[in-house]
Write a protein that binds this ligand. Sequence first.
Ligand SMILES: Nc1nc2c(ncn2[C@@H]2O[C@H](COP(=O)(O)OP(=O)(O)O)[C@@H](O)[C@H]2O)c(=O)[nH]1
Ligand SMILES: [Mg+2]
Length: 452
Amino acid sequence: MPTSLLIVGHANTGKTSLIRTLIRDHEFGDIQNYSGTTRHVEKISLQLNDQPLLDLIDTPGFEDSIGLWQTRQAAGYQAMTHEQWLNGVLQDQGLAEDFEQEFKILKQLSRCDIILYVIDLRQAPLGKYLDELNILACANKPIVPILNFCQALDNHEAAWKRCLAERQLHAHVRYDTVAFYLADERKLYQTLQSLLPEQYDALQALIKQREEDAAQRLKNAQQALAQTLVQCATNHYVCQSTTPTAPETAAFEESIRQQERALIKHCLALYAFREEDVALDHLPLQEGQWRQDLFDAETLKSWGISTGSSAAAGAAIGAGIDILSAGLTLGTATTIGALLGAGVQTGRSFKATLMNKLRKRSILALKPDSLIALMWRGAQLIEHLHHRGHAAQKVYQGNSATPVTKADMTQLETLFNKLSQRSEWHGLAWLPEHDLVTQLQAAIAQTLAEEP
Ligand SMILES: Nc1nc2c(ncn2[C@@H]2O[C@H](COP(=O)(O)OP(=O)(O)O)[C@@H](O)[C@H]2O)c(=O)[nH]1
Ligand SMILES: [Mg+2]
């Protein structure tokens, strides 16, 4: 049997939002900024391994807890126990109309196992809220206060904690359904574990699964970003002449923007968000003439040609010159690869460069600055999605803060310049195993802040 959690609180404290966040589904229920959106009791199951583990029951907000609590003192009810009063008022037809919303909550109280009382920390613990707690306490069920809106700067956390402690409610959970942290969710499940020893193992398995899923999503998103960056760095657009035309530049830029859009789409699907949740501003791009430095020691080395061996370097350089002077009698990629002592891929890349040189065509490539900007936007997006609750309403438009220091910039520029030389990686559907890729992955991981 799943454990049933009754989510209660004043209107607009974030009850429906809490459920959306816990089940990672932005479609559940209605969320609006005006009061009393949820008019009915609605149930949804949180599953573990396709089995319902927790039943989350959404309720309308309390509207007149003060009035309802006053009936507790009325003749006829005064002498009753709390439980008798609860049952009594529910039978009282004279009260049904005045307390329509409250009655929907009261009816659920006897059926649930645990009450999650959602508090909007931006509100002080006023009498109406304390009366809500008084009413809920009558059901003799465990109450877990959820301190929602905990990221709000101007909040009444200390006052609330005092009021809750006076009512022996010491175990609360801090939460924010918009700025989501897995650590907060873990604390909620741990609190449930302490109240439900028989569900301890199942809840532990849920915590583990949530953590593994989050780690896997993050890893997958980071890989996708690295893959996009490798593809953008090695995207070399061959123009028809020595000067790129405006349509050529536009086509090149569009191919980069399309790569970024594909990355965003991939990450949104990964984190189960909608396309309309993200609207990044225009990506400024800077492109320049791409040059393959054929005789650069680093380039040759990265192709597996050691400049330490002068014979090999000489052979490679010699091959380059021979091919250049041989003009159009260029051999096959295989031959060039063999001459260079490198693979066919390398030979093909070498040949393509030489051919374009001979044909006097310029090649467009993205400048390192633009690649760094792409990396930062991607990393910021991943970080945002990782901490975006499924109840968040605001469209993410990017983060304008500049994260990298000057020292990092120089390092990244060097890294992207080197990556840009690897034209043979363009079009690969996977990330090549290479030191440059490892460096790129480390740089991406570094720009993503650690979860506290
Ligand atoms: N910033 C922030 N907004 C929240 C949070 N929880 C809910 N909201 C917003 O508060 C409003 C009311 O939320 P809702 O879930 O409908 O409240 P309910 O009436 O208790 O179900 C919505 O606009 C939510 O987006 C939170 O933790 N932080
Ligand atoms: Mg609601």
